[in-house]
Design a protein around this ligand. Structure first.
Ligand code: BG6
Length: 480
C-alpha cells in the first residue's frame, strides 16, 4: 500500500471545556476546570477553592461552541472533516457527579451535537473524561484518590454508551491519563484526577493510587461499552511526548529508559490488562500502598482497550542527572528528571520542541509495543496569529508544522506498516489553551475573535491553514 486507506479518519480535535463555554447552562455543574484562572507561558494557572466572583475564568465562556456549534460544524464540513473529536463534559450529565439520575438537558445537548455532525457526514470521536471531573467529586470526595469515584465514572460511562452507541463508534476513556505523572505541576493531578496534595503526603504514591482507580474505572467502562455494543471501539488516550536519550552514554540510555517507564505505565496497563513488573517493583521498593484490592486484577484484565489514542506535540531529551553542565533552560520538560534542550531541533514560542520525525518514531514505538491500531488524536502548533486589515489570517508556520508531521505520519503507515485509524489535529478551531488558559496560544485553522481577557466578537474566520487542510483531506494526503 502506498497511500492511506480511503477510510482514514481525517478530522479535528477539541475538548468540551476548552470550547463549549455555557459553563453553568443547561443544568451543568462546575467542573475542576471551572476553578482554573488564566495563566501565561511560565505563569501557572491557579486553582481556586470555588468559583470566586472576582476572578476571571477563561473556560466559562470559552469560544461559545455551546451556542454556536451548528455554525462551526458547517465550517468543519466545508473543510471536509471525516471525524470530529470532542469530549462529553461529565458535569453536564451528572452536575455534581454523585447523582443517580443524569441531567436530561445535558444529554440532549450532545444528542443535538452528534446529530448535527452526522448530518454533515462527520463521525463524532468522543473522550469520556477530558479534564472535566465535576468539582463536587474533587472537593467533596478528594477526587480519584477515593475509590468511590470508580462507581460514579462507571455510571457516567454507562449512561453515555447507552444513549449514544448508535451515534458514536470511537470512544476514549481518560485524556492524557499519563500527564499526571508530572506531580511537580499541581494542574495535572487536579485536572486528571481532581486531586490536590496535602502537606506531608508523597505525591507519587497519591498519584498512583488515583491512577489505579482511574485504570479500574477505564477498564470497567470498556467492559460496559462492549456489553452494550460489542462493535464499539474504546481506546485509551495518552500523551506521547517521545523520549530520546541525550547520547549513547549508557547512563543517558538508562535515564531515558526510566523516563519511558513513567511514560508507558498507564498504557501498559490499559493495553495488557495488568501491571508491568517495573511498576510493581517500584511500589514494593518505595513501600507505597496504591490501593490494589482482591478482584482488581480481574477487572483490569477484562477491560483492555481496542486501540491506542495519543497526542503528539514534541519530543523530549533526557540526560543522566549527574551531568551538572546540562542545558535545562527553555525546554518543556513534562516534569521529566534530566530533561535538556535538543540541539538539533527548534521550539515554538511556548518552548515546545518541534520534531516531525519524532512522530514517525513514536508511531513505530507504540505499534511495536502494543500491536494495536493507533489513532493520532492531537497534534498541532500553538502560536500567535495576526488578523490582516482585510480579515485574512496567514499562518505559514502552522501549515509547515502540520505538513511536516503529516508527511512523517504517512511514512509510518505506508513505509513502516503502522496500523493508523486517523489524524485529528488539535484545536481545529481556536480555543482556550489548557496549560496557560490563554486565547493567544492558537492552534485553530478557524480563527475566533476573542482575546486573553475575554474580549472580542467571537466571529469565526478561515485561516490559510483551513484551505490547506481542505486540500489535504480532499486528496487523502497526496497534496501536501
Ligand atoms: C494536550 C491536551 O495536553 O495538549 C489539550 O489534551 C491541550 O487539552 C493540548 O489543549 C495543547 O496544550 P495547550 O496547553 O497548548 O493548550
Amino acid at each position: 500500500m502506498s497511500t492511506l486507506p480511503d477510510t482514514f479518519l481525517w478530522g479535528g480535535a477539541v475538548a468540551a471545556h476548552q470550547l463549549e463555554g455555557g459553563w453553568d447552562q443547561g443544568g451543568k455543574g462546575p467542573s475542576v476546570v471551572d476553578v482554573l484562572t488564566a495563566g501565561a507561558h511560565g505563569v501557572p494557572r491557579r486553582i481556586t477553592q470555588d468559583v470566586e466572583p472576582t476572578e476571571f475564568y477563561p473556560n466559562h465562556e470559552a469560544v461559545d461552541f455551546y451556542h454556536r456549534f451548528r455554525e462551526d460544524i458547517a465550517l468543519f464540513a466545508e473543510m471536509g472533516l471525516r471525524c470530529f473529536r470532542t469530549s462529553i463534559a461529565w458535569s453536564r450529565i451528572f452536575p455534581r457527579g454523585d447523582e443517580t439520575e443524569p441531567n436530561e438537558e445535558g444529554l440532549r445537548f450532545y444528542d443535538e451535537l452528534f446529530d448535527e455532525l452526522l448530518a454533515h457526514g462527520i463521525q463524532p470521536v468522543v473522550t469520556l473524561s477530558h479534564f472535566e471531573l465535576p468539582l463536587h467529586l474533587a472537593r467533596g470526595y478528594g477526587g480519584f484518590r477515593n475509590r468511590e469515584l470508580v462507581g460514579f465514572f462507571e455510571r457516567f460511562a454507562r449512561v453515555c454508551f447507552e444513549r449514544y452507541a448508535t451515534k458514536v463508534r470511537y470512544w476514549m476513556t481518560f485524556n492524557e491519563i499519563n500527564n499526571q505523572m508530572n506531580t511537580d505541576a499541581p494542574i495535572f493531578l487536579w485536572t486528571n484526577s481532581g486531586v490536590t496534595i496535602e502537606p506531608g503526603e508523597d505525591a507519587q504514591e497519591v498519584m498512583y493510587r488515583a491512577g489505579h482507580h482511574e485504570l479500574l474505572a477505564s477498564a470497567r467502562a470498556v467492559a460496559i461499552g462492549h456489553e452494550i455494543d460489542p462493535e464499539l471501539q474504546i481506546g485509551c488516550m495518552i500523551s506521547s511526548a517521545t523520549i530520546y536519550p541525550y547520547s549513547c552514554d549508557p547512563a543517558d540510555m538508562m535515564a531515558a529508559q526510566e523516563a519511558n517507564h513513567d511514560r508507558f505505565f498507564f498504557p501498559d496497563v490499559h493495553v495488557r490488562g495488568h501491571y508491568p513488573r517495573y511498576a510493581l517493583t517500584t511500589f514494593e521498593r518505595e513501600g507505597w500502598d496504591v490501593g490494589i484490592l482482591p478482584g482488581d486484577e480481574e477487572i483490569l484484565a477484562a477491560g483492555t482497550v481496542d486501540y491506542v489514542g495519543f497526542s503528539y506535540y514534541m519530543s523530549i531529551v533526557v540526560r543522566a542527572t549527574d551531568d551538572k553542565d546540562a542545558d535545562e533552560s527553555n525546554v518543556v520538560s513534562g516534569g521529566l528528571k534530566g530533561a535538556v534542550a535538543n540541539p538539533h531541533i527548534q521550539a515554538t514560542e511556548w518552548g515546545w520542541p518541534i520534531d516531525p520525525v519524532g512522530l514517525r518514531y513514536t508511531l513505530n514505538v507504540l505499534s511495536e509495543r502494543y500491536d494495536l491500531p493507533l489513532f493520532i488524536v492531537e497534534n498541532g502548533f500553538g502560536a500567535v496569529d495576526e488578523v490582516e486589515a482585510d480579515g485574512s489570517i496567514h499562518d505559514p508556520e502552522r501549515i509547515a508544522y502540520l505538513r511536516d508531521h503529516v508527511e512523517q505520519m504517512m511514512l509510518a503507515v505506508t513505509h513502516d506498516g503502522v496500523d493508523l485509524l486517523g489524524y485529528t489535529p488539535w484545536g481545529i478551531i481556536d480555543l482556550v489553551s489548557f496549560t496557560t488558559g490563554e486565547m493567544k496560544k492558537r492552534y485553530g485553522m478557524i480563527h475566533v475573535d476573542r482575546d486573553n481577557e475575554g474580549n472580542g466578537t467571537m466571529e469565526r474566520r478561515r485561516k490559510d491553514s483551513f484551505t490547506w487542510y481542505q486540500q489535504v483531506i480532499a486528496t487523502n494526503g497526496t497534496a501536501l
